[in-house]
Design a protein. Sequence first.
Length: 219
Amino acid sequence: MFAIPEKFLLSLILCLLLPAVPAFSEETPGVPDLLLSGGKAMKSQDFDSAKRDYLKACDLGNAEGCRWYGFLHSSPNLMKAPATENDFAKGLLYLAKACDLGDAPSCAVGGKLAIDGGPGVAPDLSRGLSLYEKACALGENSVCGVAGYLYSFRKENPDYEKGIPLMEKSCAGGDNAICAVLGELYEKGPSGVRNEARAMELYKKVCDLGMRRACEKLK
């Protein structure tokens, strides 16, 4: 089986850390200042002040504020201190809130954290997949493929009806690793999934892009 690279998470974290256009309106006073002061507090590692400002922005309906408030609670490595059970659960809650406000990176990172679990929070594949699907719908193409892979290859009750369209979407968006995995699924999958012609199409696509194992499949 072709392997799914783990680097998608790094790209999602980088998306999360990149400056975003604040999601506020002219009718929402104070949000730009709160985001600015929160960012300054982050740079000086005054995380308590950063949390306070981001929470205020979040309470005003700002997705970026919710994202950072959730991320600060759920990512102890950033603060160089272990997250408590309450912190991790709160982090997931606010990442999900940012996700509901349309913030794709929050959906993606929240999905990963939900699937992995953390202090006081058991791994929750269903919750994670729900967040991944929202990220996919909001344009995080690499997450579409990961969600599709998890649906299709989970040990219990694989769901090809959900998984394959997500993987096809990711493949069409340029995720060549997912194209290769999807080709193998079409080649070796259960009855009703197998499609040798489509498998060969996908193998040729990634072979032409230099994936040697796919070229061997064509032979």
